[in-house]
Design a protein. Structure first.
Length: 468
């Protein structure tokens, strides 16, 4: 069955036409009003496919009066199947649990996962995930009776953390059985412990799941530092304790029993003086008070919010942080970018900020307010992803990486690009693939297009940029 779906029908009305194909798979629609359309094909046992879907390579088709759209080909793939059985730690079937198949995608240059399909286990604890595209999947189960306020997936073959999950490979039309869970957790746990080093200050304690949406908060006893959480679903968590000036965190894997002796210590905050200036501006400078910086853990810690700072007009401020590794980013205004960030001879902009002790040497930050722009055209299909990657000396500075979707006319544009040397890559792969991965970039490095961006200038890339 083939359906013609109006994407932006006139006057807010929807438009749908449906046809069964001929024996050779051909189809046609006539007397179609002008507008934007998608064409969807479906058949029992095959994965539905859509021509012109907005997040696919082919954009929606625009039909002008009198236009004929021909030669449309839509491939249908036989759906794969994953099935298995769920049992709890007593061997009883787990009924009504949510079972999900997760597939790998690429988002903002990183590998990520999205849900491909969701089903519910039956009265025997059996489940069947069907109509799966070829590829690798992680299978998770969420037991509903535990999670009144959130949910934590439990990954096959029995992992609380996705990094420990076993990938299930499925070919076109393949049926993969025996993907069973033999000890699905069905009982909540208690977590208790003590916060040390608070000095009598009020301490907030947070228990936040990694890979789920459970977040619990408590206040530690001001005299003893004791805290307790009840009704905790088994899973992988981060335990966070913080005051207005101190914070600390630790991982917790909660499974198979209560945790009664969690101990977390709040170290004293360490101070880093900071001096900020804007290129070409004298100090004091009222514009400095419009700048905002975030200081984030590297890598990020679940449950801990980023700290935000803004300098005074004289460019001074003070970071107060626990020991650890950090990245400092400028977030406002939109046109602002960091050109230099150093403590003495240490290049903090590219190496990151490592805090081990209080410092008397200031962190010197220089900010630019004159970004350039880059535009051009590609040689391949629309729907590709263009990515600007900074030169090798600046590749640890993630804010310099820029991505843009190629339009239906083959054009791309990057506004607000900090000055410097870049390489331009264009990929047909979904969202450009894992372009933050150095090994992935290395495969295409010698074929990338060099681009130089000057302050406040518009750069137009000459010729057609090749698509990988």
């Amino acid at each position: 069955t083939v359906q013609l779906l109006g994407v932006s029908a006139p006057r807010g009305t929807s438009y749908v036409l449906s046809r069964d194909t001929a024996a050779d798979g051909s189809f046609s629609f006539s007397n179609v009003p002008p507008g934007d359309y998608m064409i969807e094909a479906s058949r029992g046992g095959y994965v539905t496919n859509t021509y012109g879907k907005r997040d696919n390579v082919t954009p929606p088709q625009i039909l002008q009066p009198g236009k004929v759209l021909s030669g449309v080909e839509i491939a249908l793939t036989p759906g794969g199947v994953i099935y298995g059985r769920l049992a709890d730690d007593r061997g009883d079937p787990v009924i009504g649990a949510t079972v999900q198949a997760w597939r790998r995608i690429y988002r903002e240059g990183r590998r990520d996962f999205v849900v491909a399909q969701t089903v519910t286990s039956n009265d025997l604890g059996d489940y069947r995930l069907y109509l799966l595209m070829p590829g690798e999947y992680h299978v998770s189960v969420t037991e509903p009776s535990l999670f009144g306020s959130g949910s934590i997936p439990w990954f096959y073959p029995g992992a609380v953390d996705r990094s420990e999950a076993q990938a299930i490979s499925v070919k076109a039309g393949e049926i993969v059985g025996g993907v069973s869970f033999r000890a699905v957790p069905t009982r909540v746990q208690r977590v208790s412990g003590v916060v040390h080093g608070a000095g009598g200050d009020g301490v907030a304690v947070i228990l936040a799941s990694r890979g789920g949406n459970v977040r619990m908060e408590a206040t530690a006893d001001p005299q003893t530092g004791a805290f307790q959480f009840g009704g905790v679903p088994p899973g992988a968590y981060t335990l966070v304790a913080h005051t207005t000036k101190m914070q600390s965190s630790m991982p917790l894997d909660i499974r198979g029993g209560d945790i009664t002796n969690a101990r977390i210590t709040l170290p004293p905050g360490l101070t880093i003086p900071v001096r900020v200036r804007i290129e070409g501006h004298a100090v004091p400078d009222p514009e400095l008070e419009n700048l905002y910086f975030t200081v984030r853990r590297d890598p990020a810690t679940t449950g801990l919010a980023d700290d935000m700072y803004s300098p005074f007009a004289d460019g001074r401020l003070m970071f107060e942080l626990p020991a650890g590794d950090y990245r400092v980013d400028i977030t406002r205004p939109q046109d602002a970018y960091v050109t230099s960030m150093k403590i003495g001879d240490v290049d903090v902009l590219n190496q990151g900020l490592r805090v081990t002790a209080s410092s008397e040497i200031p962190l010197e930050i220089v900010v630019g307010l004159k970004p350039g722009s880059v535009s051009g055209r590609v040689s391949g299909k629309s729907g590709a992803t263009a990515v600007l990657v900074p030169d090798a000396d600046r590749r640890n500075h993630r804010a310099l990486y820029k991505s843009a979707r190629v339009s239906s006319s083959g054009e791309f544009q990057f506004p607000r690009v900090p000055p410097g040397e870049y390489k331009l890559f264009v990929w047909q792969e979904e969202n450009g693939g894992p372009w933050l991965d150095p090994e992935y970039l290395r495969q295409y490095e010698d074929r990338a297009t060099p681009v130089q961006v000057k302050a406040g200038a518009r750069t137009i890339v000459e010729g057609l940029v090749p698509v990988f």
